[in-house]
Design a protein around this ligand. Sequence first.
Ligand code: RB5
Length: 142
Amino acid sequence: MIAVGSDHGGYALKQVVMKHLDSRGEKYFDFGTYSEASCDYPDFGRAVAEAVARGEYQYGIIICGTGIGISITANKVHGIRAALCGDCFSAEATRLHNDANILALGARVVGEGLALKIVDTFLDTPFSNDERHIRRISKIEP
Ligand code: RB5
């Protein structure tokens, strides 16, 4: 199960991403926002991050205009490793090396085609389970 969320800046791309998740047969829940009316990205980044941190969802996908504000918010939640990705190399590496559990996208930064490739790369790449990466991840949170 995947938790998705966005602010107004990410709303349109989120609709595209959810349609893509449907085509992959993925189950997901949309934590909002539900329109393009102006709203505050922390409300949605935190809702997704807390749901993932509680273990209710394997991954989260969060989207705002840049992906920056919403990823900063998500990374304040204990146990969350949210990665803002604008390319497939980063999406693959953050799963392999950081075991990232949330993908953040900037709707005003990446086009739809690239965003969907990034989503696929993130979801289809397992954590490496390498000892050095486990050790480094364990050092992230105090
Ligand atoms: C909203 O205008 C914009 O600030 C927001 O989507 C995001 O880019 C913040 O980091």
